[in-house]
Design a protein around this ligand. Structure first.
Ligand SMILES: [Zn+2]
Length: 303
């Protein structure tokens, strides 16, 4: 299946269940190989003159989790069927890994995945982290710039993981710089250590095109930006005399993002950025997360 088809073919839950509940590992391997998530063939790396295609061989044993491996009929070299794939090194069954991907794409909490698959909480947490790494890599691979002539970018900072999300436990919180292109809702959020101009302005110039009109909430760090307007909250949220000087879009983005973080009851500091990247990834992709996460796994794990 070509990568472009992978991203456009519709997959519903009944398909996933049908394919992954099969006791026949071969069917599950074919399902993954058709989507380019594991290799469809392997050439022997030892027998190079002439090149030799390896055979899929039934194999039992503690180290062969899937019951199959690639094997060279001449030199007897064997290769794990997951070699080079996103799933290499996992002790989980392939059908469980597919289901974890699917539940993640639906935004299901980890407890649901444990209950539905019987996989341990620790493994599901690990795999949710690996999937979020794919989101972060996708965002790095596709850097965006916001704004341009005739465009407005709303800029704001907000503090995440405030102690109200963790009753009784002190968390210092994490500042995030948010930038939203008003006309398209294209969003960029970047965790920052401090909120001074020396920190914020270089990030803004990285993500916001020159010539953009910017609007922010009266914070002096932005005052040096050209073509910049400041919201005056003292009188109105949207001043009737200057109806375009507001930051409603970026504030809307904060509340969406914070709702997500709140539903997770906060997250460890180490994972903060990866959760933020997942939020941005979903916002960029908009829908069909299962197909799209498979598309990007295939992109980064070229088997
Ligand atoms: Zn060989």
């Amino acid at each position: 299946m070509p990568a472009t088809e992978l991203a456009t073919t519709n997959i519903v839950f009944s398909d996933v269940i049908k394919e992954t509940s099969s006791a026949n590992t071969l069917n599950i391997m074919k399902w993954l190989a058709r989507r380019g998530l594991i290799a469809n063939q392997h050439m022997c790396t030892k027998c190079t003159d002439p090149c030799r295609s390896m055979n899929l061989q039934h194999r039992n044993g503690r180290r062969v989790i899937d019951g199959y491996c690639w094997s060279c009929s001449k030199c007897k070299k064997t290769i794990n069927i997951r070699a080079g794939s996103f799933f290499e090194g996992s002790h989980l069954r392939l059908q469980d890994l597919i289901q974890i991907l699917y539940w993640w794409s639906l935004g299901e909490p980890i407890v649901t995945v444990c209950k539905e698959t019987g996989v341990s909480k620790k493994s599901v947490i690990d795999w949710y982290n690996f999937i979020r790494d794919i989101c972060a890599m996708t965002m790095l691979e596709n850097p965006i710039q916001l704004g341009g002539p005739e465009r407005t970018v709303e800029i704001d900072e907000s503090k995440f993981m405030h102690r109200k999300y963790h009753r009784g436990r002190f968390r210092p919180g994490q500042w995030v710089l948010g930038m939203v292109e008003r006309e398209t809702n294209l969003t960029m959020m970047v965790p920052v250590e401090t909120r001074d101009a020396a920190t914020l302005l270089p990030i803004i110039s990285q993500y916001v095109r020159p010539g953009t009109r910017s609007v922010a909430d009266g914070w002096r760090a932005y005052n040096t930006l050209p073509n910049h307007a400041v919201v005056n909250h003292r009188y109105n949220f949207v001043d009737p005399n200057y109806p375009t000087i507001h930051t409603n879009r970026v504030e809307g983005s904060w509340s969406l993002c914070k709702n997500k973080f709140r539903s997770m009851r906060g997250t460890s500091d180490a994972n903060f950025n990866s959760h933020l990247q997942e939020f941005l990834w979903r916002r960029r992709i908009k829908s069909n997360y299962f197909k799209n996460i498979m598309y990007w796994i295939r992109f980064f794990y070229d088997v």
